[in-house]
Design a protein around this ligand. Structure first.
Ligand code: 7RM
Length: 650
């Protein structure tokens, strides 16, 4: 790399928190951070117990933590209700008539729900669910656009103790079917459609397809787009009709701290997504604490996390964390560039957003669309910016800092996972000097390290495995119906520690630099996908003999999917098959898994034992020549052919 490029890509400056910001912040200096960190490290249970006591418990716990590696139980014997803590708790304070959700639909329609109104809607819907026979412990699948009903449904499920399983609205009917089946859901909540770039996403049609051979007895449908949909009498119910008949009184029952709150499916190394299971008390404490600390929340803040509730970021930082803190949350249904590439900045200006949390892929897209879209808007209400989902390249960080944050807003680069439930490594905005591209230091209560395979710590700047050495309240408890896989995946790699699947290094200041996944998981636009999942979809097509999927670097989405495909003999490779296969992957998984490039080959490079050498394919996909040890390659001529094949680019 030439020196000039190096200097653009690696911003070496350290950014101190602005004085005015630090003065009002909860944690005002690194000395305060270090003291809190040390206190938590020395007395993990005392520390988390103190945090938990800020919330409402119907019955106190007898023990903060019961730890039998790899199983942890938090706030043992304690009884609480997260819906009560997000709603009822605020109704006896001045937050009663404060905005809880400030929602805007893609077409521009608006709804603002105060805490009192949101509480009422949740109670109505909790009663509606119960009237259909939903009981504590029953699973409920949610397949909705980003509309207030999504949050209402989550909080109503949580209230009655029916674990929800949200399936992102961008997933296909096939993907929905797998997740509904695995969860054994009793009810599916969906909508006639959702708005995306001016078009209707046919959620009810997809649901009908997904449930074709299913016994599911109830489907609840929100009227959103007023498009024509098929209707099955007896099974299908309109949301608005159910709540019209329901009572608005619903007393929140006390649930055990370890009662399952939700599962959320995420990609792992194999083709089958894992149902990550979170429980009530620990998840509540973790999301409450991190929202307050990382975003340094103030009563007057307007907080906007741009994720979808279909991902963990939406669960923790659109719904549970902010509402547990009594925050005012913005929620926006549609695309960031609809009708124009300034929609986000339009919303920030209109609602005077003060804390803004988004993904690096979005930042890079906005950067590319041009500064003129930002310049049209007054963004002076912003005081704090955040990122999540993938490493942020220093160039995007600088643009975010200067152009969006006007050079005055701290940036919190937050590292965490579906499995961790809440933010783990992040600056505290009033205290931590930031370095573009680093998530900086673990939060108090989080004992993180970078280690070698044998579990010993790496030296400064030495690359290794990112592990968490002590349990934390919001950690996953299991993979739904597959506890063995839970043990193997997270505690089987590095003896004694939780292994996140990420490579990382710690610099001389103890700052963490995440280097990305060490497994076959790729990160496209902040979404986790397993290459195996896409491969399984491709080889399921009748014209495909073999397929290998890898990630290649992409300027906007971080990584992009490249599929190497060997067609069945007699099948013509070419554009037509490429189009067909892309559509096929979209049908099987969803548009987020559609390959950016499909390259056809008579054969794939394999080891002598028959394993596809993905390492070589990664090199080819990213445009360089295959490097490294080629001695195990069975037929070297394949490589040359592959490198010449240009493939079908979208
Ligand atoms: C919240 C979320 C988790 C994976 C994780 C990392 C990557 C997330 C950052 C990051 C570098 C970050 N959950 N990741 N945040 N990498 N810096 N700040 O994204 O389960 O969908 O993904 O995402 O690889 O393991 S997730």
């Amino acid at each position: 790399m030439s020196e000039m490029i190096e200097s653009v890509l690696h911003e070496k400056r350290v950014f101190e928190p602005a004085k005015e910001f630090a003065q009002r912040a909860r944690i005002k200096s690194m000395t305060e951070y270090e003291a809190l960190y040390k206190r938590a490290e020395e007395d993990l249970e005392g520390f988390w117990g103190d945090v938990a006591r800020e919330l409402h418990w119907f019955e106190p716990w007898s023990q903060v933590l019961e730890w039998n590696l790899p199983d942890s139980r938090w706030f043992v014997g304690g009884k609480t209700n997260i819906s009560y803590n997000c709603l009822d708790r605020h109704l006896i304070t001045e937050r009663r008539n404060k905005a809880a959700l400030i929602w805007e639909g893609e077409p521009g329609d608006q709804r603002i729900l105060t805490y009192q109104q949101l509480h009422r809607e949740v109670c109505l819907f909790a009663n509606a669910l119960e009237s259909l026979g939903v009981k504590k412990g029953d699973r409920v699948a949610i397949y909705l656009p980003l509309i207030p009903e999504a949050a209402i449904a989550m909080l109503a499920c949580a209230r009655i103790g029916a674990p929800h399983s949200i399936v992102f609205g961008g997933f296909s009917a096939e993907a929905l079917r797998d997740r509904v089946d695995d969860a054994g859901a009793k009810v599916v909540i969906t909508a006639d459609g959702g708005w995306r770039r001016g078009k209707v996403v046919p959620l009810k049609d997809n649901t009908d397809k997904a449930l074709e051979n299913s016994e599911i007895s109830h489907v609840i449908v929100v009227k959103r787009c007023e498009n024509d949909i098929a209707w099955r009498n007896g099974r299908d119910h309109w949301w608005h009709e159910l709540v019209a008949d329901a009572s608005a009184k619903h007393e929140a029952p006390a649930h055990d701290a370890e009662h399952p709150l939700f599962m959320l499916y995420t990609s792992g190394t194999t083709g089958k997504p894992k149902g990550i299971l979170h429980t009530t008390g620990g998840y509540m404490v973790g999301t409450y604490f991190t929202t307050r600390m990382v975003f340094d929340l103030r009563e007057e803040d307007t907080f906007w996390c741009t994720a979808d509730v279909g991902w963990i970021t939406g669960h923790s930082y659109i719904v549970y964390g902010p509402l547990a803190n009594g925050a005012a949350c913005v929620m926006y249904e549609g695309a960031p560039n609809y009708p124009e590439p300034d929609r986000f900045w339009d919303l920030c200006e209109k609602y005077e957003v003060s804390v803004f949390y988004t993904a690096p892929t979005a930042i890079r897209a906005f950067h590319r669309w041009g500064d003129q879209w930002v310049d049209k808007h007054d963004l002076s209400s912003l005081r704090l910016l955040g990122t999540v989902g993938e490493p942020i390249n220093p160039e995007a960080w600088m643009w975010y800092h200067n152009k969006i944050g006007g050079g005055r807003c701290p940036i919190v680069d937050t590292w965490w996972q579906t499995e961790t439930g809440a933010i783990m490594i992040s600056p505290l905005p009033g205290a931590t000097p930031t370095k573009p591209g680093s998530a900086t230091r673990p939060l108090p209560g989080i004992i993180a390290d970078v280690v070698k395979k044998d579990g010993t710590s790496c030296a400064a700047n030495e690359g290794g495995f990112l592990v968490i050495k002590q349990p934390w309240p919001s950690m996953l408890r299991t993979i739904y119906r597959d506890h063995d896989r839970f043990i193997k995946t997270y505690f089987g790699e590095i003896q004694g520690f939780y292994f996140a699947g990420d490579g990382a290094r710690r610099d001389e200041d103890g700052y963490f630099w995440i280097m990305g996944r060490v497994d076959d998981v790729i990160n496209v636009a902040g979404h986790r996908l397993s290459t195996m999942e896409v491969e399984s979809a491709l080889v399921a097509h009748e014209n495909v003999a073999e397929a290998a999927v890898v990630g290649r670097p992409d300027e906007v989405t971080g990584q992009a999917i490249v599929a190497f495909v060997t067609p069945m003999s007699g099948v013509a490779a070419g554009e037509e098959l490429g189009v067909e296969l892309r559509k096929h992957v979209t049908d099987q998984i969803g548009a987020l898994a559609r390959p950016a490039q499909i390259r056809f080959a008579d054969a794939l490079p394999k080891t002598r034992s028959g394993k596809i050498m993905r390492r070589l394919l990664r090199d080819i996909a990213s445009g360089s020549t295959a490097k490294g040890d080629l001695t195990t390659l069975e037929d070297a001529s394949i490589l040359e052919k592959l490198a010449q094949e240009r493939g079908d680019e979208e």
